[in-house]
Design a protein around this ligand. Structure first.
Ligand SMILES: Nc1nc2c(c(=O)[nH]1)N[C@H]1C(S)=C(S)[C@@H](COP(=O)(O)O)O[C@H]1N2
Ligand SMILES: [Mo]
Length: 321
């Protein structure tokens, strides 16, 4: 196997995501590294260097940390950071790190407002000091038909929404990526109407699986993966997981999103992973797991159906996309 994409062995086992994250949390707590500042200070030298597989000593003796709850191996760190979609820099998936070298992500702040009782602008220090960072191992399924298993660091979006307190009228959450043309060389190419916009229904945003991620593999978020903070919605196609967020707005009506605006017949607002609903130009039945050869079956709701189906009880499955 290509060493670059070599993954740790699959260890099938029955572990719920909650167990995974709690065991990991316990580990981080034992290490005294809950909270990003401490994590970086005390843990950085021991973290897996780019090019290595997860270090069993670092990851603790819970073998679940090498796989997701389905027993699928974590994707190698260098694949996760070396194969990315960040169209403000380039439509190529490789070389994004180099193009994003001058992207300034510190200092950073996120403005949270709209239909909320306590509008607030958070600095990244506020965010990291305030919300306990957890590890969450999630599958990521891009609408293009490739996938990864990524150990994110972050916290559930509902923790932040609970603080700002949505009003009764708030029904959707709108997200916006930074737009800094002098640091993002494709921002003004005219190919896309940036800033990148995304949105969720409020109940989707409040779901415990919905994460604001600030790092991966125990390291701060690389620029190309959406530093310093990005959304991760694991049961939806990857494009919903908007990067480098500067604004979160609670709104009454379904907000415009970039992909739905440029190609509404190809990219729906919901964009739930569904192997039975083809993209107009290709099937969504299978996917290429980065690091594996061949293709594997795509799972309904990307394997999170049990957790998220209650959100869609009243909806026609055909319109889920
Ligand atoms: N701002 C912004 N967010 C974005 C994108 C983008 O081009 N710009 N690409 C999306 C797509 S298509 C995918 S598949 C995921 C990829 O996340 P990753 O590169 O960290 O794997 O980010 C999503 N978030
Ligand atoms: Mo994607």
């Amino acid at each position: 196997m290509d060493k670059k994409y070599c993954s740790v062995p699959v260890q099938p086992q029955e572990v719920t995501p909650k167990h995974v994250y709690q065991s990991r949390r316990k580990f981080l707590k034992q290490m005294g590294v809950l909270g990003m500042g401490a994590l970086l200070a005390s843990c950085a030298p021991k973290l897996p260097s780019p090019g290595s597989s997860p270090d069993p000593n670092l990851m603790g003796d819970q073998s679940s940390n090498f796989t997701d709850e389905l027993g699928d191996a974590l994707t190698a760190y260098e694949a996760i950071i070396g194969y990315t979609n960040f169209y403000e820099f380039t439509t190529s998936k490789e070389g994004v790190a180099e193009l994003a070298e001058n992207f300034v992500t510190d200092p950073w702040s996120i403005e949270v407002g709209g239909l909320v009782k306590n509008p607030r602008t958070y600095s990244m220090d506020d965010i990291l000091g305030h919300f306990t960072q957890q590890e969450r191992i999630y599958r990521m399924r891009c609408v293009e038909g490739w996938s990864m298993v990524i150990p994110w660091l972050g916290f559930p979006l509902h923790a932040l929404l609970d603080e700002v307190v949505p009003t009764e009228d708030a029904r959707y959450v709108a997200f916006e990526t930074a737009l800094v043309p002098d640091q993002m060389n494709a921002a003004e190419s005219g190919m896309f109407p940036f800033p990148y916009l995304e949105g969720l229904r409020l109940d989707e945003a409040m779901h415990d699986l919905t994460l604001l991620a600030t790092g991966l593999y125990g390291e701060p978020m690389p620029a190309q993966n959406g530093a310093p903070i990005r959304l991760v919605v694991p049961w939806k196609y990857g494009f919903k997981s908007i990067k480098s967020i500067v604004r979160i707005n609670l709104v009454a009506d379904q907000p415009p999103t970039l992909w739905n605006t440029v190609a509404p017949h190809e990219y729906g607002f919901y964009a739930n992973v569904n192997p039975d609903v083809s993209h107009p130009r290709w099937s969504q039945a299978t996917e290429r797991r980065i690091g594996e050869s061949g293709r594997r079956a795509t799972l309904f709701m990307n394997g999170y159906a049990e957790e998220v189906m209650p959100l869609y009880e009243d909806m026609d499955l055909d319109v889920l996309f």
